[in-house]
Ligand binder design. Structure first.
Ligand code: PRP
Ligand code: ZN
Length: 293
């Protein structure tokens, strides 16, 4: 094995070994054409067709691995990036793994507003962000740092309240807690080390980003096709918020055309109604795998 070559040119990317980000990160990597197997069994995985190796880590450790340049890139929640106050560059927000860091207290208790927390004890795995929040609000709190099962601490009288991640809210409800206010909104971020990369690695990062952007754009877009009277082309063009001018193909039936274009997914249903009333028929929507500009 040629180790020297590997370590100077292979991009090393940190991903969460198992947790809320893992499946979607693996899907994204496969979706941008990076092939690999056995990520469940190994901590380091070589990919078959891109000069990338994956390091599977606890999400809490990812910001530091990237900060120290042990990994060049990392996929990790904003919650961990900002909690660790890591010296890294956030390259992209990835719109999955959404959750929030919130303050929660016993359902029937009297704690409501930030000011009610003066002198109270809060258990958290996010001491940095929690402390910063209360400091900014001029409220003095005692923090108990706990690495897991934070939700149980009010029942055990270890803390008056907690500061923890909330996604569906199911964990809070199961533990008789209510969410009072959120102190950080989080999603998965693609981060890059601030240590200098070799020109070879820098090039790979750029290639990687082109693929990610294509994948992201495609996820947000749909290819639509419809038939319409030729006389309605101008009206339909007004309705379609397309990036480029639509493709218009004459149909065998006189005065009818087929119109093909790409639209943002979230606009589809809205536009679809309008298109129908403008005379479009046989409207078909298709997913797009990738879009490269
Ligand atoms: C968080 C948090 C809760 C749970 C909340 O842990 O600590 O246990 O998610 O999710 P819910 O609102 O959907 O019930 P996570 O799974 O992120 O693990 P980690 O903090 O140990 O990485
Ligand atoms: Zn974690």
């Amino acid at each position: 094995m040629n180790r020297t070559k590997d370590s100077s040119t292979s991009l090393r990317i940190a991903i969460q070994k198992s947790g809320r980000l893992t499946d979607k990160t693996i899907d994204l990597l496969h979706g941008i054409g990076i092939e690999f197997d056995n990520y469940k069994r190994n901590l380091m995985v070589k990919t078959r067709n891109f000069d990338v190796e994956l390091l599977l880590l606890r999400d809490d450790d990812i910001p530091e691995y990237v900060q120290d340049g042990i990994c060049d890139l990392g996929f990790v929640g904003a919650n961990e990036v900002f909690e660790k106050d890591a010296d890294v560059t956030v390259l992209r927000g990835l719109n999955y793994g959404r959750c929030r860091l919130s303050i929660a207290a016993p359902e029937n208790g009297s704690l409501q507003n930030v000011s009610d927390f003066e002198g109270k004890t809060i258990a958290t795995s996010y001491p940095f962000l929690t402390n910063k929040y209360f400091k900014e609000h001029g409220v003095n709190v005692n923090l108990v740092e706990i690495s897991g099962a934070v939700e149980i601490t009010p029942q055990l009288k270890v803390a008056d309240a907690i500061s923890d991640l909330v996604s569906t809210g199911g964990t809070l409800i199961a533990n008789g807690l209510k969410e009072l206010f959120s102190i950080l909104d989080s999603e998965t971020k693609l981060i890059k080390t601030n240590k200098e990369l070799s020109p070879g690695k820098q090039k790979l990062v750029e290639k990687f980003l082109v693929r990610i952007d294509g994948y992201q754009q495609a996820k947000k877009s749909r290819y639509i096709m419809m038939n319409a009277p030729a006389s309605k082309i101008d009206r339909i063009k007004e309705i379609i918020p397309s990036m480029k001018s639509p493709t218009i193909v004459p149909l065998a039936e006189s005065d009818m055309v087929a119109i093909h274009t790409v639209i943002p997914y979230d606009k589809f249903w809205l536009v679809m109604e309008e298109l129908k009333s403008a005379g479009a028929s046989d409207i078909v929507m298709l997913p797009i795998e990738s879009m490269i500009f």
